[in-house]
Ligand binder design. Structure first.
Ligand code: 13P
Length: 341
């Protein structure tokens, strides 16, 4: 199956009332983990790469690994998505490379750190929508700012400092014509999201529900959605790591989000934790080893387990064979028709 647009996956997810995990990758092993989990659970899936991942993998390695994934797992609807594009130019280069979906994160200025104005965000996102839709490529935008920093991108502030304003979100969707909307409800990128189990004070699910009420037909995106499970933290610390106590987003809260319009759920940290724990374990228990496969194989297996579990919890499991892929050309024709109507 060729790489498909994210819009098609999210539309199908909305029809079926489930969410789709979007998992970050930097290398071959992470892509393999995701594809094996998708095959095992029969899940459609979104693989995403940040600017940092694109530079780490020199873009072309990543793209050709994704083509290999599509060829080796033809039964899996598979999206290649740009996570947190910082500028129109970054989105353009991703589209030219073959990404089937891009995020224009105009909530921040192109430095990826400074919160932007509403007007700037609308203008940059609109520009990307016009460019991407002409090629059938999906666009995710963001309104409000996530907390923390991911691969050098982010305000570095607390997750509650730039929450999404529901009325502004509705206006943003109308003005830009985007396909999916990332909202800020108190989550942050990275392992240190909450200093205790989140409550309604720190994780604003009521705000998400309010946004969904205003935008019942918009696919919502939850960033910073790793659950940071205690057992993964414990493996790292048991084998010499030094993670401080921390809490992530409980899976039940994500499931509540899915009941209220969340269709894409971004997960990176949980996989990083699983990989690091598995590698540390081999280093401590088998210090004589020096073949990278001796620790990369268990790392790949550990990540696969986390991804397969999330696919089941988000509800995408079992849906890989529900629909035939729509080509990007056909998607472009549909966008053009909608615009003309
Ligand atoms: P986590 O750090 O919670 O995994 O979030 C990842 C993310 O939102 C990528 O955009």
């Amino acid at each position: 199956m060729p790489l498909v647009s994210m819009r098609q996956l999210l539309d199908e997810a909305a029809k079926g009332g489930y969410g789709v995990g979007a998992f970050n990758v930097n290398n071959m092993e992470q892509i393999q983990s995701i594809m094996e989990a998708a095959r095992e659970t029969k899940s459609p899936v979104i693989v995403q790469a940040s600017r940092g991942a694109r530079s780490y993998s020199q873009d072309k390695f990543l793209y050709h690994l994704m083509l290999a994934a599509a060829e080796l797992y033809p039964e899996i609807p598979l999206v290649l998505h740009l996570d947190h594009g910082n500028s129109v130019e970054t989105c353009k280069s991703a589209i030219e490379l073959g990404f089937t979906s891009v995020m224009m994160d105009g909530s921040l200025m192109p430095d990826g750190k400074t919160p932007s104005s509403f007007e700037y965000n609308v203008q940059a996102t609109k520009e990307v929508v016009a460019m991407a839709h002409a090629k059938g490529v999906t666009v995710e935008g963001e309104i409000g700012c996530l907390g923390g920093i991911e691969d050098g991108h982010g305000t570095g502030l607390d997750g509650l400092s730039h929450l999404t304003d529901p009325a502004q979100a509705a206006e943003f969707v109308k003005l830009t014509g985007l396909d999916a909307l990332a909202i800020a409800i108190g989550t942050s990128h990275g392992a240190y999201k909450f200093s205790s189990k989140p409550t309604g004070e720190t994780l604003k699910m009521d705000r998400l529900i309010e946004i969904h009420k205003l935008l019942p037909n918009t696919h919502l995106v939850m960033h910073g959605s790793s659950s940071v499970p205690k057992d993964l933290q414990d493996v790292i610390n048991k084998y010499g790591g030094k993670l401080k106590p921390t809490w992530g987003v409980p899976v039940e809260e994500i499931q509540l989000g899915i009941k209220n319009g969340v269709r894409k759920i971004n997960v990176d940290t949980d996989n990083r934790l699983a990989i690091t724990g598995a590698i540390r374990k081999v280093f401590v228990e088998q210090p004589e080893q020096f073949d990278p496969r001796s620790y990369l194989k268990p790392a790949r297996e550990a990540m696969k387990k986390v991804v397969a579990l999330r696919m089941t919890q988000f509800g995408q499991a079992g849906h890989a064979g529900d629909y035939k892929p729509v080509s990007l050309d056909e998607m472009a024709a549909r966008y053009a028709q909608k615009k003309a109507a």
